[in-house]
Design a protein around this ligand. Structure first.
Ligand code: EPU
Length: 434
């Protein structure tokens, strides 16, 4: 099994370049199914979830190839199936975007129910209600979502019960080629929702209001090919910012959109770390011995503090002076990693959605296991500041969403390596579970 081995204690110094957004890429790539033509997608992060999607789309008849390390060419002209039911579909959450894309293009879709990181019930009822409002009949049988719009997709107005990222994007995709105009109220406002809307508009869609809580989609008759560059990954950037704060040193996090990072920068400053913003980079520094303040954090939809940064900031707060409270506002069970951090000396008590953290002097290295993507990277952060050696297993979960994490951390001076005691296979796509 592949593991990361970290010797803690090296301060982080230098520059790390952030890759394209994982959660934008896993929506934009299926959105290319809506386009009869060639989409050239730039700044694609090479992470397991992306590779898995390219494989699923190839199986469906799309011509998918990399033109260079980060530029993907997708030609969906010849797609001849409305079904995506292979085992690969169940391996990742984002495969739900295949439903919206196929429904939008063909008026019907048959897609395996998505899997995903295991932190509580993750239903897709908002997506389904959205598709039904657009005129589809949706049923779930034998683990497969069947959606059919006998009379075509028809624009309508709807309001989401919660500003769900996935439902907002999926409904946009299903509505882009609809007859008439669709209005989504209480829509999600995350940067990657805006990115998908910009991608679709670049291909000829007419979407207005993405990034506000009301999105209007005027149906068009078809989309054309084009070129689009994915935004930088907000969460990858935030993860390196928090790592710099936890370990100490000075790190320039480049290729970022500082506006997307405001809630993270503000929290780090409250904790007492120095954060300097520029046009497209942020520098985070912490002097040796600099005390970290205890703070409270509550995760919320954008522009609030992101749930995908909760395990990382909680790890940082383990090293703060005094008691901090972290409240998870999005998912019911996103504190499963706490037991692993406790093995490294953390003092954390979880009651439902609330985690009370008492500051400690330092983590101690231990053998721990990643239970999901962000939980896994939180263990990496803890390992980087721990006394002694940390060995992290289940790292394929981390590689779902962090491109070249080992190389990037080594470039900052971290002592981190990989051990792999399983024979290599010839399979080029690592299959993920989230
Ligand atoms: N929800 C429902 N019904 C639905 C959809 C969502 O009850 O039909 C609930 C969820 O259970 C959750 C809340 O609404 O409690 C918000 O879920 P949302 O739909 O916003 O999340 P998602 O689309 O499933 C995406 C990201 C997650 C990220 C969340 C929140 C992708 C592929 N996943 O998930 O990313 O945590 O938005 O920002 O974009 C990650 O990258 O580590 C990750 C888990």
């Amino acid at each position: 099994m592949k593991k990361y081995v970290i010797r803690g204690g090296n301060p982080l110094e230098g520059e790390v370049r952030v890759s394209g957004g994982k959660n934008a890429a896993v929506a934009i790539i299926p959105a290319a199914l809506l386009v009869k033509g060639v989409c050239i997608i730039e700044n694609v992060p090479i992470v397991n979830d992306v590779m898995l999607l390219t494989k699923i789309m190839s199986e469906m008849g799309a011509k998918v190839s990399f033109l260079d390390k980060t530029t993907l060419r997708v030609d969906s002209t010849e797609i001849n199936t409305c079904a995506a039911v292979s085992e690969l579909v169940r391996k990742m959450r984002a495969s739900y975007y295949l439903i919206g894309a196929l429904l939008g293009r063909f008026g019907k879709a048959q897609v395996g129910l998505p899997g995903g990181c295991d932190f509580g019930v993750r239903p897709i009822d908002y997506h389904i209600r959205g598709f039904e409002s657009l005129g589809a009949t949706v049923s779930i049988e034998h683990g497969i979502v069947n959606a059919v719009a006998e009379n075509g997709i028809k624009g309508t107005s709807m309001s989401l019960d919660f500003p769900s990222v996935g439902a907002t994007i999926n409904i946009m995709m299903a509505a882009v080629l609809a007859q008439g105009t669709t209005v989504i109220e209480n829509a999600g406002k995350e940067p990657h929702i805006v990115d998908i809307a910009n991608f679709l508009n670049a291909m000829g869609a007419e979407i207005r209001g993405a990034g506000t809580d009301t999105i209007k989609i005027k149906g068009v008759s078809e989309l054309h090919g084009g070129r689009y560059e994915i935004i930088p990954d907000q969460i990858e950037a935030g993860t390196y910012m928090v790592a710099a704060a936890a370990v100490g040193g000075k790190v320039k996090v480049s290729n970022v959109i500082p506006k997307h990072l405001e809630s993270i920068s503000a929290k780090l400053e409250e904790i007492g770390v120095t954060v300097k913003e520029d046009d497209d980079f942020i520098t985070v520094s912490r002097e040796p011995g600099q005390i970290l303040n205890n703070v409270n954090v509550k995760t919320l939809p954008y522009p609030g503090f992101p749930t995908d940064m909760q395990p990382q900031i909680a790890t940082l707060l383990c090293l703060a002076n005094g008691t901090s409270v972290v409240t998870e506002g999005i998912y019911e069970h996103r504190f499963k990693y706490v037991d692993e951090l406790r093995r490294m000396g953390a003092k954390m008590n979880v009651d439902g959605r609330v985690c009370v953290i008492s500051g400690i002097d330092h983590f101690t290295g231990a053998a721990v296991s990643a239970c999901d993507l962000r939980a896994g990277v939180a263990l990496v952060i803890a390992g980087l500041c721990a006394d002694g050696m940390t060995e992290i297993s289940n790292v394929h979960l981390i590689e779902r969403g962090y491109e070249d994490i080992i190389e990037k951390l080594k470039g900052l001076g971290a002592s981190i390596g990989v051990i792999d005691d399983e024979p290599q296979t010839t399979e080029t796509v690592s299959v993920s579970v989230g």
